[in-house]
Write a protein that binds this ligand. Structure first.
Ligand code: 5CA
Ligand code: ZN
Length: 429
């Protein structure tokens, strides 16, 4: 699938530090140690509604991580999926009386525009679930043949005679639970509301995840060979796309905290079952939820602030990006009108502070931005470092009668700071 145009990343003198991030599987902040190229998979959108600020936070966070890794000298191989066929998309299309493909195409196009406007570097591979169907058919067939997956008959009156859904047998691998670190009660408490089907009769374990859903009347399906016609379950989509484009044991599996369980747990355990290797990823990194009016911002609840609506009302996308960066990725936060006003004010101040030819030395500011980013993506700390430089720059302007003779004024410093903002934070002034 086509992604979007990546922004140019200017060179910044020096190099970044090794990057440390919070890994859910070890419950600790750990240094990423890629073998040369850093391999990152981030769970993409289910395109049934437009990009909201919560999505923006997730993709800006992993964009920041990609920038920090590049700055530390790594190439980055970045893969993102699009869940372009799944229950929520089909339900919304039916509700609105539109073809599910048309709804997906429209929302994916809008997402590309939003990501471009927010200065998010495009994935190297942007892959739809539909594109991934042949891979899913292959791995699910292999899992059935190895006894790691099993068939469950359809409820009376659903689907063709002989048709079966196929489930992954969680008891077949010792890795289950190693990503979320949750106990069974915690898992059962959310499984149904997060797309699982614990009540489904015929499963060996209530938590076993769906791999292949047999064709039903009125639902899209693809040929599945021995599996019969059907479509992929949600988690296997990300398992196979990650394995196809990154291979086992890549560096970062990313997404929002709402994906810790079941999605990232199941994606990983399935990959271990398929390959016989673990772990799936070296680090599982999660963006905290962004809320609105006391609740998680979510398409299903409809309490949304959309990036496209803000852009449409003339808001500078860099102010939206700054509003996101003002919050640490591991701290849940709420969007309010003030969030945006503060970001707009900061953007205007930065523009004023960076508009001259000379200013305070950029070196220590750039070093601080790098330290903050390497330290578990401390974006608010990086912003504070820039704030300090800008304040000093504006104070100098106030005292300098026009020359650059004053001690401490360095010609070209604003350009250097501007390039660092652009390359490291994705803020283009
Ligand atoms: N297609 C699946 C992932 S394979 C999915 O979760 N799609 S989504 O459209 O619901 O979410 C897209 C990404 O945004 C996911 O990584 C999700 O964790 C993240 N996300 C969703 N809501 C929020 C929120 N309120 N705050 C922060 N991140 C969010
Ligand atoms: Zn995913």
């Amino acid at each position: 699938m086509k992604s979007w145009p990546s922004p140019f990343i200017p060179a910044v003198p020096g190099t970044g530090l090794p990057v440390r991030v919070h890994d859910n599987a070890s419950g600790a902040v750990r240094e990423l140690t890629p073998d040369g190229t850093a391999r990152m998979y981030v769970c993409g959108i289910t395109p049934y509604d437009a990009t909201h600020i919560g999505h923006a936070a997730t993709y800006v966070t992993f964009d920041l991580l990609g920038r920090a890794l590049r700055d530390a000298g790594h190439e980055v191989l970045y893969v993102q999926n699009v869940t372009d066929v799944d229950d929520p998309l089909l339900v919304r299309a039916r509700r609105d009386g539109v073809r599910w493909q048309a709804l997906a195409d429209m929302e994916i196009a809008l997402f590309r525009e939003d990501m471009t406007a927010l200065g998010v570097i495009a994935p190297d591979y942007y892959i739809g679930a539909v594109e991934g169907v042949p891979s899913v058919v292959k791995v699910v067939t292999d899992l059935l043949n190895s006894g790691t997956a099993y068939r469950v008959e359809l409820p009376e009156g659903e689907g063709a005679a002989e048709a079966c859904d196929i489930y992954f047998d969680l008891s077949s691998t010792p890795d289950f639970g190693s990503v979320s670190l949750w106990d069974r009660d915690q898992m059962m408490a959310v499984y149904a509301e997060r797309g699982g089907d614990p009540e489904r009769a015929g499963k060996l374990d209530a938590l076993d995840p769906l791999l292949w859903r047999a064709a039903r009347a009125g639902e899209p399906s693809w040929p599945g060979g021995d599996l019969g016609d059907g479509r992929p379950g949600w988690h296997i989509e990300c398992t196979t796309i990650a394995l196809d484009y990154l291979g086992m044991t890549f560096d970062v599996q990313g997404g929002g905290t709402d994906l810790v369980f079941p999605h990232h747990e199941m994606s990983a355990v399935q990959a271990c079952g398929i390959t016989g290797i673990s772990p799936f990823a070296r680090a599982y990194v999660h963006q905290a939820m962004v809320g609105l009016d006391g609740q998680k911002m979510s398409k299903s609840k409809g309490n949304l602030v959309l990036v496209s609506t803000l852009r449409g009302s003339g808001i500078d996308p860099m102010a939206i990006r700054l509003a996101v960066l003002a919050h640490h990725y591991r701290t849940p936060w709420e969007w309010t009108g003030q969030t945006l006003l503060d970001a707009q004010q900061r953007l205007a101040t930065w523009r004023a502070g960076l508009s001259g030819n000379g200013g305070p030395s950029a070196d220590s500011t750039i070093a601080r931005i790098r330290e903050c980013l390497a330290n578990d993506l401390d974006a608010p700390g990086a912003l504070a470092a820039v704030d300090e430089w800008v304040t000093a720059s504006l104070e100098q302007e106030g005292t300098d009668p026009g020359g650059l003779e004053l001690v401490g004024i360095e010609l070209g410093a604003p350009g250097l700071v501007g390039r660092a903002l652009d390359a490291l934070l994705g803020i283009r002034l």
